[in-house]
Design a protein around this ligand. Structure first.
Ligand code: NOJ
Length: 746
């Protein structure tokens, strides 16, 4: 009896001790432990004003400068305790060298955070974000960021300036390449996946890195698609379309937020108190830190809201900025501004606190070198499994835009394949923009990918034919001659990698240079031809579409581009990618996106000549390829749409059959239209999707479960709720080809 009692007591005591231990580790509401909190409290008491301001300053190293100015004095500043974080520095040796300056030579030994633009991979470069979004594979997207975080953190980096979650509807804007496309709902899901991938389960793990939701806010709505240009949108549009992906990042626990370069309705984001304090901190409960974009504080002078850099520093700190990227304005002026009572010590302390908290969350106080591990650097960077995963993601990101007469996959009995075009064997272009520490020399081109795959079986011959972006036709003759020798021709066309990304807007989004002409010449040979497109934005390829029987959109695939594309071209992978941004017929249709409003005078295709309706005289309203579009080597047919409304739940059931000749994955998309609202609603809104493998001859029944919250939208008073009435449920293979049913929700 006594024994049982003793055993029970011991178990009870152990349990109580474990609970107490857990309690003492329970993070505070900012996500840090009480021990870290008291460390930070103590530090704040010990720090001089200069040291505090130092924590608010971020400088680039002189390695990979990603903006206009460089402060070459950064090493001395680190020693003086005047730097909180460094970006554009990586490798174990270099990060160690800089971290040593902070933790051995500065007075308080506060470790630095190391940031970098790990946008689509670190050393193993994955497809550009717009491309991986087209995979509609959230698990794969998350995994790509997991790998990126593992590689980056193995080289000293612990903070990435990603994900970029700006919704964009204008393909002239070069930065559409960095985002997930035009849709807000999908953008939110992808944003969550990317944050989870980077940050993992515990930021203290040495293979997880702090993410940064950018560019806050609405950077993607730049007027005329010109980078850094003005944004002027209604509050309602801001709430409904542009803000949710940033909020999704915050709900997923993102550690930092970056302000955008643009203004919104007259107020630049970097001095926008409503955005940086009221919305993100008070309404959304953000507990991390706000960093500016590169010299954005100084740019307040150009914007015309600050007289000089000092004024700009005041506006930004008071608006809620915690860290100045590269502008040195906090370092130069906060101390004087405090003396002049233009900023408060509370505002400075609050900013210091959130930055120190980030350092604590990353475990840097315990071990400032925890991300500097030579063994990991050697083992994990570009590991075989990372490359294998990258190859898979390349093939999943490809979107088959056209495939007349089953031109693709390339028949297995061809003896010679001619690759023709400026992008066919160009390693440098494969990385696309923001390729972090990716090495272009290690990229696999399309020619190399085909050679790797078809070694000894098929001869691969190559001619460039022309450059991507000039008028030189002198290579046409050789290209035609080469095509004549081949059984199959692949035209590798598109944009150079540098033609999208930051500061890379285009006023024409046609296929640049003389590539359409080259295509016309090659088509005259009568050979079977497929176009493989490389580009960082939707292009207006109506001309190309009229010339070529098959077009495979591959974007910029990164390190494994050629291998992944070859898998699709030869039919080992059945393409399943779907566009996340509409392809217009021509530039004049821009902005064109699937979730537009009906207008009071909608154009109906049943009355093609109608006047006084919302249309153009010279082009239809249809896009060339709609949102959600992408073909497969097999065929899918949709039937049996059923809906059930039960209390708060809406259940939608659909049968999808693979009626073609091979197994394939289909992205089954669910859209809703609210037929009558107190304010106008879009003609369709994506509310769900499922990516499923359906074997040839097989039919799968898929069930989607929505709740009434999925019908909610923002109202003019910025409250979000749904309104009873009729809703059309659409299910289909893309946003334009759907079957539908009307439901009543009362
Ligand atoms: C400017 C870009 O807008 C931003 O996306 C990037 O993270 C920073 N430069 C740092 O390189």
């Amino acid at each position: 009896m006594l024994k049982i009692f003793q055993t029970r007591t011991i178990i009870f005591l152990l349990f109580t001790m474990a609970t107490l231990a857990l309690k003492s580790q329970t993070p505070t509401n900012s996500g840090i432990s009480p021990a870290d909190k008291s460390k930070i409290d103590n530090l704040l008491k010990t720090m001089t004003l200069d040291e505090k301001i130092g924590q608010l300053s971020l400088f680039t190293s002189d390695w990979d400068v990603t903006g206009p100015t460089l402060n070459s004095n950064y090493k001395n500043l680190i020693k003086e305790g005047k730097v909180g974080a460094i970006f554009n520095a990586y490798t174990v040796d270099y990060v160690r060298e800089l971290q040593k300056l902070a933790v051995e030579e500065s007075r308080l030994k506060i470790p630095l955070i190391f940031g970098y633009d790990v946008i689509h991979g670190h050393r193993t470069i994955f497809p550009i974000p717009l491309a991986s979004a087209c995979s509609w594979n959230l698990a794969a997207i998350e995994q790509s960021e997991r790998i990126a975080a593992c590689e980056a953190s193995a080289e000293g980096i612990n903070w990435t300036f990603a994900p970029m979650v700006d919704i964009a509807r204008d393909p002239r804007w070069g930065r559409v390449a960095e985002g997930a496309g035009e849709d807000t709902w999908l953008g939110c899901r992808i944003a969550e996946a990317r944050v989870k991938g980077f940050q993992g389960l515990n930021l203290k793990d040495n293979n997880t890195i702090l993410a940064c939701a950018k560019h806050f806010a609405a950077y993607g709505a730049a007027q005329s698609g010109r980078d850094y240009h003005t944004v002027d949108i209604s509050q309602l549009s801001l709430y409904e379309w542009y803000l949710p992906p940033y909020k999704a990042c915050i709900d997923a626990g993102v550690g930092s937020v970056m302000t955008s370069f643009n203004e919104i309705a007259g107020i630049p984001s970097t001095s926008n108190k409503w955005l940086l304090t009221d919305l993100v901190r008070k309404d959304w409960g953000f507990k991390g830190f706000v960093v500016t974009d590169y010299t954005s504080i100084n740019e307040l002078v150009n914007h015309g809201v600050a007289r000089d850099n000092k004024d700009a520093a005041m506006l930004s700190l008071n608006a809620g900025v915690d860290m100045d990227m590269q502008g040195s304005t906090f370092l130069d002026y906060l101390s004087d501004l405090l003396k002049e009572k233009k900023v408060t010590i509370e505002a400075i302390d609050n900013a210091v606190r959130v930055i120190l908290e980030a350092k604590a969350k990353l475990g840097l106080f315990e071990d400032p070198y925890r991300y500097c591990n030579k063994e990991r650097q050697e083992k994990e960077i570009m590991a075989t499994e990372n490359l294998a995963f990258a190859r898979k993601l390349v093939s999943e990101s490809c979107v088959l835009l056209k495939n007349d007469k089953q031109t693709l996959p390339i028949p297995a009995d061809v003896k010679t394949i001619a690759v023709i075009g400026p992008l066919g064997d160009s390693k440098k272009d494969m990385l696309g923009n923001w390729s972090a520490a990716g090495q272009w020399e290690k990229c696999v081109t399309l020619v190399e990918g085909l050679k790797n795959k078809l070694k000894g079986k098929v001869e691969i011959i190559f001619e460039q034919g022309c450059n991507a972006n000039d008028e030189n036709r002198s290579g046409f003759a050789a290209a035609v001659k080469l095509a004549e020798k081949a059984d199959f021709v692949i035209l590798a066309l598109g944009e150079n990698g540098w033609m999208s990304g930051e500061a890379s807007s285009r006023s024409s989004i046609d296929l640049p240079g003389v590539q359409n002409e080259l295509t016309a010449e090659i088509m005259k040979t009568g050979k079977p031809v497929a176009v493989v497109l490389f580009n960082g934005r939707p292009l207006a390829i109506t001309k190309l579409h009229s010339l070529a029987p098959a077009i495979l959109e591959t974007w910029f695939g990164g390190t494994e581009a050629g291998n992944g594309i070859a898998d699709v071209l030869m039919g080992d992978v059945n393409p399943s990618g779907k566009l996340t941004m509409t392809f217009p017929q021509n530039l004049g249709q821009i902005p064109i996106f699937y979730n537009a409003k009906n207008t009071g005078r909608p154009y109906r295709t049943t009355d093609p000549n109608a006047k006084y309706v919302s249309r153009y005289l010279d082009v239809s309203n249809d896009p060339l390829f709609p949102f959600g579009y992408g073909l497969s080597y097999t065929k899918f047919s949709y039937s049996g749409l059923e809906t059930k409304v039960d209390g708060n739940k809406i259940q939608i059931t659909i049968k999808v059959a693979n009626t073609g000749i091979r197994d394939g994955e289909e992205v089954v998309q669910l859209y809703i239209q609210d037929k009558v609202g107190s304010i106008t609603r879009p003609v369709k809104e994506l509310k769900g999707f499922q990516k499923v493998l359906i074997k040839k001859g097989e039919t799968k029944t898929l069930v989607f479960n929505l709740t009434l919250d999925d019908l909610a939208f923002y109202h003019p008073d910025l409250k979000k709720f749904w309104e009873p009435g009729e809703f059309v449920v659409y299910v289909g293979t893309n946003s334009a080809e759907t079957i539908s049913k009307t439901i009543k929700v009362l």
